[in-house]
Design a protein around this ligand. Sequence first.
Ligand SMILES: Cc1ncc(COP(=O)(O)O)c(C=O)c1O
Length: 323
Amino acid sequence: MQMNRIAMPLLVIMGMSEIDWQRQSPCYLIGDPGILGMPVWIKRDDLLHPQISGNKFRKLKYPLQALKHDAVRHGQRPCLVTMGGIWSNHLHATAYAAALSGYASVGLVRGVEGMTSATLEDCRAQGMQIHFVDRMTYRTLRDDPAVWPGLAGLAPDTEAVWLPEGGSAPSALHGVAELIDELPFIPDSIVVACGTAATMAGLLAGLKGRGRVTGIAVLNNAEYLHGEVARLLCQAGYPAYTNYQLHTNYHHGGYAKVTPSLRQFCDAFTVQSGVPVEPVYTGKALYALRELVHAGYFGVNERVLMLHTGGLQGGRGSLVTLS
Ligand SMILES: Cc1ncc(COP(=O)(O)O)c(C=O)c1O
């Protein structure tokens, strides 16, 4: 039974007990091996919240909670400043989280003035100020948010709070790690889509060395994510867990690129399983999961769990490439 979450303040929702989470984000077996080639468990984090779905909810929990305490101390209104592309799930979730928390928000978007998308329209409707930055500035912002000149011009009663791309602050890992305690068992393998790899690092933190994580990179040239996993675990105060494999050859041409076969697979999976998936993140990870099953990657008795990281809104902008 779903609770009426819309009417509850965001931090109250985020502070719910483990039992409540199990109801909000069910974990069950897709017993029909048909489309994936073996029975696979699925954890439906896409159902966590109507707008702040999946890993965004987990990743924002502790950064927002910390803010609540800081804001009480400083007496200033927080203004969440973050970055993303025009279809970014993170921008979308941050805009809603800020509005629900009574905070201001600014989105620094890779692009040029005049660009728009359904995601940006939703963000603006939640009060997020959108500013476009060129590619070079965007890249620099990843390391140094202070390069954005508008930072100094924010309203004096607001305190700018920087959230990195994808919400992948080290403290984001704590929220993801909690997910492991909601599972009915420790899976032998958890399959997850990787963008910044913070979600994978959070899963490793929660697993504490048990089982393994199979990460599917959704962008090309993603070998550097090994370094990111190590960095994030270290900065969040966890041991340097290495019980994971990162697969870098299932990106279908690059970030947000979608081949016809991937699109067909996502549609067929949705029809057969009743689970909606988009082709940018979870769809790519599921596609890879099926390929890995066929390649004999998983043991016969292995209990495999797919983490549905939500982000269905971002699928509105996925491009189809021909190949
Ligand atoms: C829906 C969805 N799934 C998975 C990911 C990948 O998460 P991470 O960046 O933590 O690897 C993202 C991006 O942040 C996302 O929006």
